[in-house]
Design a binder for this molecule. Structure first.
Ligand code: NAI
Length: 342
């Protein structure tokens, strides 16, 4: 099998540290990946004068798949968010974030298995904000039939492919009757096409309470953009934090895999960041390549990495955020040693 070219965006803050660890683990797994390294984020400004350079977008358009480290969003400097722009420009409309309890990571709940499906291109993240008059500012929440319909259909298709049983929508259509109203209307219409999958709705505040009381009753959560962003971190907290939740941004043509967490400026450069969420995102990417391109070698490599991190965490080999004492590169080294024993 030839090497598959994949774009790697190390990103900002802890991004380069966890990207390096991830590259090393993937190399040890036997997955034949040739990285095409491109910049995005604050670290791209010096060379390219923009946070999302055209050369980076071109590389993703050419190779279709990217693994991305977190990017810092500059506040109030005239640059827009890399993540929002990337998702819009490549039309990566579905954010998929599996949130699962992990053996060896002790939390209040032991059998959480939720997949968050978040609409990634509109809602309050449409970037339509303005000053109406001095002292009065406004941000517009945009919902389109097309986007509500396709994300709902995507969630039910995903549920069917993965043999999941239930899709739950969190919304606030009692207040935002038109925008969230459209979201639930399209979700209900999609659900009628999939009678084998249970469908339910919660007003988001009540849903949050149920979720933290009894997360095990939830299966797939279907959410508009802002709710999906917030709920991703909340759900991460149920299974051990941001260090263990991977993600993918998927469109009809391109896919970008990335952890849920950000660039963690508070610990950047200390080499204590947990690389596991990016490694898990890479595992999702290898499985995606196996499914979409018939690369069984990628599936074998993905399985090895998963076994390796389960062994590590069960043995208490972990970074500080999970109660361990390993540095970023040392955790990667433990995974590599475990892979070589499989
Ligand atoms: P954050 O996720 O970067 O950090 C929140 C807390 O979690 C911090 O205490 C941090 O140290 C910790 N943390 C995060 N990832 C960790 C890891 N892998 N290992 C150990 N600890 C970890 O969120 P924050 O501080 O709100 O955002 C920082 C920057 O990241 C902002 O500029 C934000 O816009 C950006 N961001 C980028 C994302 C992306 O590129 N996909 C996603 C979320 C935020």
């Amino acid at each position: 099998m030839s090497a598959r070219k994949v774009v790697l965006i190390p990103g900002d803050g802890i991004g380069p540290e966890i990207a390096e660890a991830t590259k090393n683990v993937i190399a040890a797994s036997g997955a034949k990946i040739e990285w095409v390294i491109r910049a995005a984020g604050v670290s791209a400004i010096e060379k390219h004068r923009e946070v999302l350079p055209e050369v980076t977008l071109e590389a993703i358009r050419e190779h279709k798949i990217a693994l991305k480290g977190p990017c810092t969003t500059p506040i109030g400097e005239g640059f827009s968010s890399v993540n929002v722009e990337l998702r819009k420009k490549l039309d990566l409309y579905a954010a998929v974030r599996p949130v699962r309890s992990i053996e060896g990571v002790k939390t209040r709940f032991s059998d959480v298995n939720i997949v968050i499906v978040r609409e990634n291109t509109e809602g309050l993240y449409s970037g339509v904000e303005n000053t109406v008059s001095p002292g009065v500012v406004m941000s517009m929440k945009v919902a389109t039939e097309r986007s509500c319909e396709r994300i709902a259909r995507w969630a039910f298709e995903y549920a069917t492919r993965r043999d999941r049983k239930k899709v739950t929508v969190f919304h606030k259509a009692n207040i935002m009757k038109i925008t969230d109203g459209l979201f639930i209307k399209k979700s209900r219409e999609a659900s009628e096409q999939y009678p084998d999958i249970e469908y339910e709705e919660y007003i988001i505040d009540a849903g949050c309470m149920r979720l933290v009381q009894d997360p095990v009753r939830f299966d797939i959560l279907l959410l508009e953009n802002l709710y999906g962003d917030v709920m991703s971190d909340l759900c991460a907290g149920l299974v051990g934090g941001l260090g263990v939740v991977p993600g993918a941004n998927i469109g009809d043509e391109y896919s970008v895999f990335e952890a849920v967490h950000g660039s963690a400026p508070d610990i950047a450069g200390l080499e204590i960041a947990n690389p596991l969420a990016l490694i898990m995102s890479a595992v999702m990417m290898l499985r995606y390549l196996a499914d979409s391109e018939g690369r069984e070698d990628m599936r074998v490599a993905a399985d090895k990495i998963k076994t390796a991190y389960n062994i590590a965490l069960s043995n208490g080999d972990a970074t500080r955020d999970l109660g361990g004492s390993l540095k970023t590169a040392d955790f990667a080294r433990v995974l590599i040693q475990n892979i070589l024993k499989i």
